[in-house]
Design a protein around this ligand. Structure first.
Ligand code: SF4
Length: 243
């Protein structure tokens, strides 16, 4: 649990594994208890994040009168419910609010192969600490130099997560033949190359391994990715030629 005590805002982050169906069921139980608790203190359920997913509690938290007005505003600007449908308010009662049973990222992650180090990418909660520009933080030098979100630990973890979702099974550790590697390497339209390109930019300073609240260790994951990558593709000459 963390938050902004001065503003009275608390973030509740239950330690549950969203990759497991049995664990995901706890979200509703916990949320309903939190709603009751917050209500008993006259508070509101949302301060910053996650309000869309918990929209079904809007009428209860705001009260029918305020919530009705929110729906009127939604109706004025988005009568066909096209912008973020189901989130926070709806134009009229024919549309439904999002519920906690919405598909979550954990469900996609559940289908990804369990690769001990690489699956740590799925632990990134998107907190964005790695995209800080404060001079007191050292994460992440490549993001600061490029201003490109894909060149931050969060961006790299997200790309690895997508890569894990795309590969249907644990990639083989068996080395492809030289001819096969040559053929694979020539195929430029390949997501593996895009992932590698994004990971290549990491300078392995290891700041993310220690400063990230989730300790997303990009260099460790990159090593594992490379181990798989080079079973399919040729290594660059500079990896093998010594001057
Ligand atoms: S190790 Fe790589 S991803 Fe992590 S902070 Fe350093 S440059 Fe960024």
């Amino acid at each position: 649990m963390f938050g902004h005590v001065d503003a009275g805002v608390m973030h509740i982050r239950p330690a549950i594994n969203m990759r497991r169906k049995s664990e995901r069921k706890k979200i509703r139980i916990i949320t309903e208890e939190v709603v009751k608790l917050v209500h008993s203190y006259g508070g509101v359920l949302w301060g910053e994040h996650g309000r869309g997913l918990r929209s079904e509690f809007g009428p209860e938290i705001f009260g029918e009168v305020i919530w009705e007005q929110m729906c009127n505003i939604k109706n004025a600007f988005d009568p066909h419910n096209q912008f973020n449908p189901g989130k926070v308010a709806v134009p009229n009662r024919t549309f439904s609010l999002s519920t906690l049973e919405t598909t979550t990222r954990g469900e996609y992650d559940e289908r990804t192969p369990e690769l001990v180090t690489l699956s740590n990418a799925t632990r990134c909660d998107g907190n964005g600490e790695c995209q800080s520009i404060s001079t007191s933080d050292s994460m992440c030098p490549t993001y600061r130099a490029t201003d490109d979100p894909s060149q931050s630990p969060r961006g790299r973890a997200e790309v690895l997560r997508r890569w894990l979702q795309r590969i249907e099974q644990t990639p083989s550790r068996k080395n492809a033949s030289f001819i096969k590697k040559l053929f694979n390497s020539g195929n430029e339209d390949d997501f593996n190359h895009e992932v590698k390109h994004i990971l290549d930019g990491c300078i392995a300073c290891k700041a993310c391994a220690t400063e990230c609240p989730m300790q997303i260790d990009i260099p460790a994951m990159r090593s594992q990715f490379y181990a798989f990558y080079f079973t399919r593709y040729l290594r660059p000459m500079r990896d093998t030629v010594w001057l």
